[in-house]
Design a protein around this ligand. Structure first.
Ligand SMILES: [Zn+2]
Length: 208
């Protein structure tokens, strides 16, 4: 019989027992289709990123004076980030659960910033992940405003706030349109073999 690995479904948190030979499965509980290669790569990426980040935090400015400590720790942390970066690239080849996707984008943004300081990544690639983060933030703000606008306005003061929020939503939509075009041109400039599935392609402005 196949050896099994315990795996927690990212959608419903059910513990699944997965034969090691399987690369795809469907969750018994929520019926989500799971690409295990991508899921395990995500988990490896998350582990390596967390470990790398802990090491970077140990390099405080006082310790930077002790050059040897700084150099070794910095190198180890960068190795972990490189591992995390390539694992997450594999993870992004498949659709991730929405919270995983966001966490993945946050990790990629943070790592590319660190790599950029050391000229280890192309500026367009760093810009790509940073722009994805900005796009996500704008979508969250838009949705939050839609939520507020769905409550009935009471009184003139509320009405004024509503006008302001509606105006802000219009600005956000214009920015999102520009970000969309920017991301498409960055994807072309980077020449991904397979562009990462890192964007929330299903996002649409909710009508209020
Ligand atoms: Zn599930």
């Amino acid at each position: 019989m196949d050896a099994t690995t315990t795996f927690t479904c990212p959608y419903c948190e059910t513990e699944l027992s997965i034969p090691d030979s399987l690369w795809y499965t469907t969750c018994d509980q929520c019926r989500h289709h799971l690409d295990l290669k991508s899921q395990f790569a995500f988990l490896r990426g998350l582990d390596a990123f967390s470990e790398g980040q802990n090491l970077f935090q140990k390099v405080n400015p006082k310790k930077r004076m002790r050059r040897q400590f700084f150099l070794t720790t910095d190198r180890d942390a960068l190795d972990l980030f490189r591992q995390a970066y390539s694992s997450l690239q594999v993870a992004f080849l498949s659709e991730l659960e929405p919270n995983q996707r966001l966490l993945g984008v946050e990790m990629m943004t943070s790592m590319t910033q660190e790599f950029q300081l050391r000229l280890m990544v192309s500026p367009v690639e760093a810009q790509y992940w940073n722009t994805l983060m900005i796009e996500h933030t704008a979508q969250v703000e838009y949705d939050r405003l839609s939520q507020k606008l769905s409550q009935p306005a009471s009184g003139l003061l509320e009405q004024i706030k509503y006008w302001r929020w509606t105006g802000r939503q219009k600005t956000l939509l214009q920015s999102l349109k520009k970000l969309d075009a920017k991301l498409e041109s960055l994807e072309k400039a980077i020449e991904f073999t397979d562009p990462p599935k890192a964007r929330n392609k299903t996002w649409k402005p909710k009508s209020t």
